[in-house]
Design a protein around this ligand. Structure first.
Ligand SMILES: Nc1ncnc2c1ncn2[C@@H]1O[C@H](COP(=O)(O)OP(=O)(O)OP(=O)(O)O)[C@@H](O)[C@H]1O
Ligand SMILES: [Mg+2]
Length: 348
């Protein structure tokens, strides 16, 4: 039987993210060459014929040249340039009528913008905290600010720009941290209330989606002096170190009532944003335990176990008894079923 031809689209990192150098964090969402190689091998192990394509400026030409041979694209790209970069490859794939895994361009552009995502969710009655967007420091003069706040780049992932200094408790700290992020990663910056309660990350898979077992970072395990957030230092240094074993709890212990609220919020978030196939939704609770959506990750990180045992989506899958290869296979199968059912033929 002919093997399914899968074009694997990815972005490669050239610098490991450095908590002390914000400029160096621009590629945090990309993957190391060994991760890309490993993912490619796993896709081959799933029985696919894999065509690797780096999602750079040459991607369009390569996809156009090979479109007749490609059955489906595995879109693991983050995009190269601009605030809407995660929609570039899906838009190209739509133009070339190549089916692909994951969400369409509008969803991809939206979820990379943490402010607009929350505006849309809020308009559908979903729980999100209020936020402010700043393009320059001079805009910060709001007497209504209630501290503590958290300062984040509007359109980054993997905690780029989110460090131990991101929680601010005074106007002067807010100005300083906003300035730092603006200078290094560029505008805009999003500022929102700091939620001090439990944090959950929910991997969602399928059409309609199923929530995989919830992940909870145990902030009480963080060393003295570290803010209780999944900052760059935490994700890129502590999570990977042996001293932080068991930092990520999966499945997190959540009582049924709380879980049904969280699951309901995640399902509605998925539908409102037009997500397809897979995503990971990050939520955090306030002091009373009420969960709020912080952000939506699409595509979510999918590092193989030999590279990282703390990559969230594969961790949640393992906890559900789904091996890494089965996870990749399920993503492709899910996307094929959706794409071919709705389109009727391969490239129609
Ligand atoms: N409003 C908030 N209140 C409390 N903590 C927050 C808030 N926003 C973000 N955080 C903390 O900062 C971390 C990173 O924030 P966020 O998920 O927005 O960044 P990211 O870079 O997109 O992350 P990812 O690695 O999931 O792509 C969260 O996991 C959480 O610990
Ligand atoms: Mg997050």
């Amino acid at each position: 039987m002919k093997r399914l031809k899968v074009a694997f689209l990815f972005n490669v990192r050239h610098h490991y993210p450095d908590p002390n150098d914000l400029r160096n964090q621009r590629e945090a969402d990309y993957d190391d060459p060994q991760t890309i190689d490993a993912m490619q091998s796993h896709l081959s192990d799933c029985g696919f014929s894999v065509l690797p394509i780096e999602a750079d400026e040459n991607a369009y030409a390569q996809l156009r040249e090979n479109r007749g041979a490609i059955d489906i694209a595995f879109n693991y790209s983050e995009g190269l340039n601009g605030l809407d970069r995660e929609c570039h490859i899906p838009a190209i794939l739509e133009m070339l009528q190549i089916p692909y895994t994951g969400s369409p361009p509008l969803t991809q552009a939206l979820v990379l913008n943490k402010g607009l995502t929350k505006d849309v969710l809020r308009s559908h009655g979903l729980p999100v905290v209020p936020h402010r967007i700043y393009h320059e420091k001079a805009e910060i003069c709001d007497p209504g600010l209630v501290f503590p706040l958290i300062v984040k780049p509007l359109s980054q992932g993997s905690s780029a720009g989110i460090t131990n200094r991101s929680i601010v408790r005074t106007l002067s700290e807010l100005c300083d941290q906003t300035g730092r992020v603006l200078e290094s990663l560029g505008p805009p910056v999003i500022v929102e209330p700091f939620l001090e309660g439990r944090e959950f990350s929910i991997a969602m898979l399928g059409n309609p989606p199923k929530a995989l077992p919830p992940i909870e970072p145990d902030h009480s395990k963080l060393p003295e002096g570290y803010e209780r957030i999944d900052s760059l230092e935490v994700k890129w240094i502590f999570e990977e170190s042996s001293e932080m074993s068991n930092y990520l709890l999966c499945p997190a212990l959540i009582d049924d009532e709380h879980w049904s609220v969280i699951e309901g919020v995640c399902h509605k978030t998925w539908h409102v944003l037009g997500v397809r196939d897979l995503c990971r939704i990050d939520l955090r609770c306030d002091a009373h335990g009420k969960p709020y959506v912080i952000e939506v990750n699409s595509p979510p990180g999918l590092l193989p176990p030999e590279v990282s045992m703390t990559s969230y989506f594969p961790l949640a899958a393992r906890s559900a008894g789904i091996s890494y290869n089965d996870l990749l296979g399920t993503i492709v199968e899910t996307a094929c079923q959706r794409a071919f059912a709705s389109r009727g033929t391969k490239h129609a």
